[in-house]
Design a protein around this ligand. Structure first.
Ligand SMILES: CC(C)[C@H](C(=O)O)[C@@H](O)C(=O)O
Ligand code: SF4
Length: 773
């Protein structure tokens, strides 16, 4: 908590500082995590690691699991169990593996038979699991959504999921403070989705790199919680570590009566509101980056290309390469237009679409569905539309929509009304685009192949998606409101459904949450299970062929697309690395791709000449695929944060070379097919003859871990005393964070057990001696 004469602090400073368990001189911080959300795609390898090292989940009461990415969105009337219901073998395996893991570790789980199931970022807030001032993580990049509550919420990779499961902490560093202030009144037809698309168009997909964005200003204050969530959700598309909005009365009104929020008007609630009120950024607080946006400059916005920064107002035209000055951007535009099948100068409103998708963690909440239904009401989906689908974000959203008759409106118009899940946002289930099909989508990513191989995505708001379905083309929603665009009004507040009512007895909670009788108690006796800290192969000097990759904004969907995320192992992904670039449509090798040429098939190093490598998803499958191919070091001018972290966790070295001349020297060696040498202990890159090409910086702690081959979970476990002390203080200061309602009864207070030797590391290797911090 701040002292009287403390420096003015931002919302981010406050939440970050309130969660520091330990700080090292190099700025590495052990951060306590209040809330951990888990889904089936990024957790199997983490649970496997825990099992290998005989570790348990430290705080089952602060962990909530669901299945969302792989699940079918077909009717669940006859649902009996996941094993029979999920038809694709690999998807089924991920779902059943999660079910086994939640049972083995005693976690609360909203499975397919549960009406609370839904997209992980929809159910957290809906249940009141997400609370202001908390730290929230999930093995998923759109964890940033939860920042709408004034939480510090960010995506992590699978190794970090394992770290949080085992220790309830994360090793991290403070990010920069960035402020995006949006002032003024939004024009009719303009929603929060348009705000965030516009912001990304202005600052670019790397605009928030290394920063946590605080969204503020009168336009943001005027938004509902659900609209705020759509904004924070896409801060990851702006490259930011997280997005945050200070909590206010809207936030508290939203939280009232949610099952896992403190009981409304109780002493705990009052104490919580008091704390939450203190979280606003102080007057005079400093930001490293500031962006001001005037709300009146924002129109209904649509994407034209294959990056979320490729946006124009719906009244605009498709741009061409000559509209960009930067050579990288010209090249990206050219490729994007080819991929999207678009010609510069075409009016956005003339672009015909094949499919419409209303769904995803960005825009599948009740207010999104209400707004879209208002446009659709009494109209019909255009005859050229092959498929228009509405996929509610959760079972609760679906039930609420049905109570309001929205399902009927959509069905009457010709939409499909589906069950909850991620669905066509990334198409890990059967909901995908066919090659070259064009989709108007309320989701958040328009990367190549995102919604299906060679599929074409246009990002837009729910009302704009509804308008596209009715018109059959990308359309200006304002024209569908008969000149009276004000009918596209902001939605009424979410009514608290009976399912969200206060629950007092444990029996009632068990009934509602459908907690299996054979689950728990798994109280915290894991904390001191050993100080194993050696786990990864050491990285010292690496010499080998370096492949040049002359591209900017290489996203993780391009490094490894979704169809390869269905594995429950870390290995075997090398053949899928850069799949969309490396293979032709018929599956044959694309001989023009660098890794298909000699000597680059043997590459150990990747030299990327454009910025923002690894942007997009948190999938650790990206570094796993690089590693499995044989690449242990990536050299690039900049990286997306989550990818950058994930590589270190796998004993890999991502090097930032921002000096253009040095990068060119290295790239020239790579282009010539000569070996280069990366010397980590001496922090220098040399050519094959031993001549220095560049020096490089690397954080001390990360270097130490790589050179020693340390498993940082083991290291964190050696901090048990500090973690336990932090938890005791947390229980006193913020008692509402313990137990999160239904698991309270399982938590018998911190249980300390004696350290026992761990026979294997989390990666399954036989353990060597522990190493000190
Ligand atoms: C599968 C998961 C790792 C991924 C993410 O992190 O974002 C997914 O949710 C996505 O949207 O691409
Ligand atoms: S972005 Fe799409 S795939 Fe990722 S969590 Fe959200 S809905 Fe699911």
């Amino acid at each position: 908590m701040p002292s009287a004469n403390a420096q003015p602090r931002t919302l981010y400073d406050k939440v970050f500082e309130d969660h520091i368990v330990n700080a090292q001189p190099d700025g590495t911080v052990l951060l306590y995590i209040d809330r951990h959300l888990v889904h089936e795609v990024t957790s199997p390898q983490a649970f496997e690691g825990l099992k290998n090292a005989s570790r348990k989940v430290r705080r089952p009461d602060c962990t909530l699991a669901t299945t969302d990415h792989n699940v079918p969105t077909t009717p669940r009337k006859n649902f009996k169990n996941v094993a029979d219901f999920v038809k694709e073998e690999d998807s089924r395996l991920q779902c059943t593996t999660l079910e086994e893991n939640v049972k083995d570790f005693g976690l609360t789980y909203f499975g397919l038979g549960d009406k609370n199931q839904g997209i992980v970022h929809i159910i957290g807030p809906e249940q009141g699991f997400t609370l202001p001032g908390t730290t929230v993580v999930c093995g998923d990049s759109h964890t940033s959504t939860h920042g709408a509550f004034g939480a510090l919420a960010f995506g992590i990779g699978t190794s970090e999921v394992e770290h949080v499961l085992a220790t309830q902490c994360l090793l991290t560093k403070k990010s920069k403070n960035m402020r995006v202030q949006v002032d003024g009144k939004l024009a009719p037809g303009v929603s929060s989705k348009d705000i965030i698309l516009h912001v990304i168009g202005v600052i670019g997909t790397a605009g928030g790199t290394g920063a946590v964005i605080e969204f503020c200003g009168s336009a943001i204050r005027g938004l509902s919680m659900e609209a705020r969530m759509s904004i924070c959700n896409m801060s990851i598309e702006a490259g930011a570590r997280a997005g945050m909005i200070a909590p206010d009365q809207n936030t508290y009104d939203y939280l009232k009566g949610r099952p896992l929020a403190p009981k409304f008007d109780s002493n705990e609630w009052k104490k919580a509101v008091n704390y939450w009120n203190s979280l606003k950024s102080d007057e005079g607080a400093k930001y490293d980056i500031e962006v001001f946006i005037d709300a009146k400059d924002i129109s209904p916005t649509v994407s034209w290309g294959t990056s979320p920064q490729d946006v124009v107002p719906i009244t605009g035209v498709v741009p061409g390469p000559e509209d960009f000055e930067d050579a990288n951007k010209k090249a990206s535009c050219k490729r994007a237009l080819e991929y999207m099948g678009l010609t510069p100068g075409t009016k956005m409103e003339d672009i015909e679409v094949d499919k419409v998708f209303i769904g995803s963690c960005t825009n599948a909440r009740i207010e999104d569905l209400r707004a879209a239904a208002e446009i659709v009401k009494g109209r019909k989906v255009a005859s050229n539309i092959k498929r228009a689908m509405v996929v509610p974000g959760s079972g609760n959203v679906k039930a609420q929509a049905e109570r309001e008759g929205l399902d009927k409106i959509f069905l009457d118009a010709g939409f499909e009304w589906r069950e909850a899940g991620c669905s066509m946002c990334l198409g890990m289930n059967p909901d995908i685009l066919s090659p070259r099909e064009r989709c108007a989508s309320t989701s958040n990513r328009n990367f190549e192949g995102r919604q299906g191989a060679l599929g074409r995505t246009h990002l837009l708001s729910p009302v704009m998606a509804a308008a596209a379905a009715i018109v059959g083309k990308l359309a200006d929603v304002r024209k569908l409101t008969a000149g009276d665009a004000t009918t596209v009004k902001s939605s009424p507040k979410l009514t608290v459904t009976p399912e969200f009512a206060e629950v007092d007895s444990e029996e009632e909670l068990d009934r509602i949450l459908d907690i299996p009788a054979d689950v728990g108690p798994h109280v915290n006796d894991s904390a001191a299970t050993g100080g194993a800290s050696a786990g990864l192969p050491k990285f010292t000097v690496l010499k080998g062929i370096a492949a040049p990759l002359e591209k900017a904004n290489v996203d993780t969907d391009a490094i490894i697309p979704k169809q390869f995320l269905k594995t429950i192992k870390r290995t075997g992904l090398g053949s899928a690395l850069f799949h969309p670039l490396r293979y032709n449509e018929d599956g044959s090798e694309n001989s023009s791709f660098i890794l298909n040429q000699e000597p680059y098939r043997q590459s150990k190093i990747l030299v990327v000449t454009g910025p923002n490598f690894g942007c997009g998803s948190s999938r650790e499958h990206a570094p796993w695929a690089l590693l499995d191919f044989g690449i242990k070091c990536v050299i690039a001018p900049s990286y997306a944060d989550i990818f950058f972290n994930n590589t270190f966790k796998n004993g890999m070295l991502p090097l930032i070379i921002s000096d253009q001349a040095a990068l060119e020297r290295i790239a020239d060696e790579a282009r010539a097919g000569r070996e280069i040498e990366v010397d980590l202990p001496n922090q220098v890159i040399r050519d094959a003859a031993g001549k220095e090409l560049s020096k490089f910086d690397v954080e001390e702690f990360r270097k130490h871990c790589l050179v020693e081959g340390l498993d940082d979970i083991g290291l964190t476990m050696q901090m048990e005393d500090k973690i336990a002390r932090f938890e005791q203080k947390r229980t006193l200061d913020t008692p509402w964070l313990d137990g999160s309602g239904y698991l309270k009864k399982w938590r018998k207070g911190p249980v300390m057990v004696e350290a026992v030797p761990v026979p294997k590391t989390n990666r399954g290797e036989v353990k060597t001696d522990p190493v000190e911090w």
